[in-house]
Design a binder for this molecule. Structure first.
Ligand code: ZN
Length: 241
């Protein structure tokens, strides 16, 4: 089976469309949270997600904040403004969908969490020491995360050593060790590559295939500014930061 693994769409429907068009055939979709926040297309992104086959989606910190589950004050000012704009726009269907998302889930022996298995809403796994501590927080071989917007893999080696890998577009990877894998961000990449990031997992071959795809960034920037979302969130899309 081919599983499309995506994260951090951040209300960027143009990037999500490009991913879906580029991904080829897939039978299942795992979305690792932050469907909303930052971008212009919150309702459209929820509708697009809901139409995908065999979808499992979990809640991210921006989703939780938009619903009022966590304090807006915990976000940077520009992120707060984007969430306030989206809160005014969000329709009931999208709200109903987001409200039912769980913060972690185990599907077919794979753990899904937005930030980390230990602290699914908030923690960023950016380095070996944070990853090392998190291997005790899940029991499956594989844990998938998002939140940092950086494609990455943290592999548990003997004697609790951690290998950190930063996969490049086109890389294919497999392992029988325990690992934590981040597919990068669809709607707001932060590794200085502005293209939308996603992963296809082929579970028959046990291969994780990292992909990037270009999309019409300018059209998204235009919608961001038209809605009164801070220009920082438009500018960063073309810089991939
Ligand atoms: Zn995010």
């Amino acid at each position: 089976m081919h599983t499309l693994v995506i994260s951090d769409i951040h209300a960027n429907a143009t990037a999500l469309e490009a991913v879906l068009a580029d991904a080829g055939e897939f039978e299942r979709v795992w979305c690792l949270g932050d469907v909303v926040g930052y971008g212009p297309d919150a309702n459209v992104c929820v509708d697009m997600l809901k139409s995908l086959p065999d979808l499992t989606c979990i809640m991210g910190n921006h989703d939780a904040a938009l619903l009022g589950f966590i304090e807006l004050g915990t976000f940077k000012y520009e992120a707060q403004v984007a969430l306030q704009v989206q809160a005014r726009q969000l329709n009931q269907n999208a709200r109903d969908y987001l409200e039912l998302l769980e913060i972690t889930k185990v599907v077919d022996g794979v753990t899904l969490a937005h930030g980390s298995p230990r602290d699914p809403i908030w923690e960023y796994i950016l380095n070996a020491s944070t990853a090392r501590e998190n291997f005790a927080a899940f029991t499956t071989q594989i844990c998938l995360i998002g939140h940092t917007h950086i494609p990455s893999i943290f592999v548990q080696e003997p004697r609790k050593q951690i290998t950190v890998l930063l996969p490049r577009p086109g890389d294919m990877w497999r392992s029988t060790k325990r690992f934590i894998l981040n597919p990068g961000s669809v709607g707001q990449p932060r590794d200085r590559d502005p293209r939308a990031s996603y992963v296809i997992w082929d579970d028959e071959e046990s291969i994780w295939h990292f992909h990037r795809v270009e999309y019409d960034i300018f059209s998204v920037q235009k919608r961001i500014l038209e809605l009164g979302i801070p220009s920082r969130h438009a500018i960063r899309l073309s810089q991939g930061i």
